[in-house]
Design a protein around this ligand. Structure first.
Ligand SMILES: Nc1ncnc2c1ncn2[C@@H]1O[C@H](COP(=O)(O)OP(=O)(O)OP(=O)(O)O)[C@@H](O)[C@H]1O
Ligand SMILES: [Mg+2]
Length: 160
C-alpha cells in the first residue's frame, strides 16, 4: 500500500506527523515492533518530521539530531523509541558492534534516517517514507509512504 502527501510548508509536515503518531499510538500497534525508514536528500526534512512525530507521540523536550551519536533513545508512554541517523556510519557491520539487535527487540519503535547506510544489518521496514524536495517552493515537500508488512498496512490505513 502506498500513500502520497504534498506538504506545502513545515506546518503541514507537523500535521502529518501528528496523524501518523495517532495511528502508531493505537493499542493494536502500540504493542508491536515497528520499523520506519526515512529516505531523502540532505535537508529533505527527515529529522524535522521525526521531531514532530516524537513530540506528537508524547515526548516532552528537545529532540536532538542523532547525526553524531547514530542513535537517540526515548521512552514514551513506556514504549522504547529509537531515532537513528546512519549517515556517518562507515560500514553496516558497525551496527552489529553497537548491539543493533537489542534495539529491535521488545515492542520498540525505530525511526531510521539514511537506512541505506546500514543495508544488510537492519530489519526490514514496516513503513518506508520517502521525502522529496520540491524544485518550485523552498518549503514544499512530497512525502510518500509505502507499507511493506501487515502492521505497516494497518498503520497507514488508520491515517485519514
Ligand atoms: N515542509 C517542510 N517539511 C520539513 N522541513 C521543512 C519544510 N519546509 C522547510 N523545512 C526546513 O527544512 C530543513 C530540513 O532539515 P532536516 O534536518 O529535517 O533534514 P534531514 O532530512 O534530516 O537532513 P539530514 O540528511 O542532513 O539529516 C529544516 O530546516 C526545516 O525547518
Ligand atoms: Mg536528519
Amino acid at each position: 500500500m502506498h500513500r502520497e502527501f504534498t506538504l506545502d510548508n513545515e506546518a503541514q509536515t507537523a500535521a502529518i506527523a501528528q496523524l501518523l503518531a495517532a495511528a502508531l499510538s493505537n493499542q493494536d500497534v502500540n504493542a508491536q515492533n515497528v520499523c520506519i525508514y526515512l529516505n531523502g536528500d540532505l535537508g529533505a526534512g527527515k529529522t524535522t518530521f521525526s521531531r514532530y512525530l516524537l513530540q506528537s507521540l508524547g515526548h516532552v523536550g528537545s529532540v536532538k539530531s542523532p547525526t553524531y551519536t547514530l542513535v537517540e533513545p526515548y521512552v514514551i508512554d513506556g514504549r522504547d523509541v529509537f531515532h537513528f541517523d546512519l549517515y556517518r556510519l562507515g560500514d553496516p557491520q558497525e551496527l552489529e558492534f553497537m548491539g543493533i539487535r537489542d534495539y529491535f527487540e521488545h515492542n520498540s519503535l525505530c525511526l531510521i534516517e539514511w537506512p541505506n547506510k546500514g543495508e544488510g544489518c537492519l530489519p526490514p521496514a514496516d513503513i518506508q517514507i520517502d521525502l522529496t524536495l520540491s524544485p518550485d517552493h523552498q518549503d514544499m515537500r512530497v512525502m510518500e509512504w509505502t507499507a511493506n508488512s501487515d502492521v505497516g498496512q494497518h498503520i497507514i490505513k488508520m491515517v485519514p
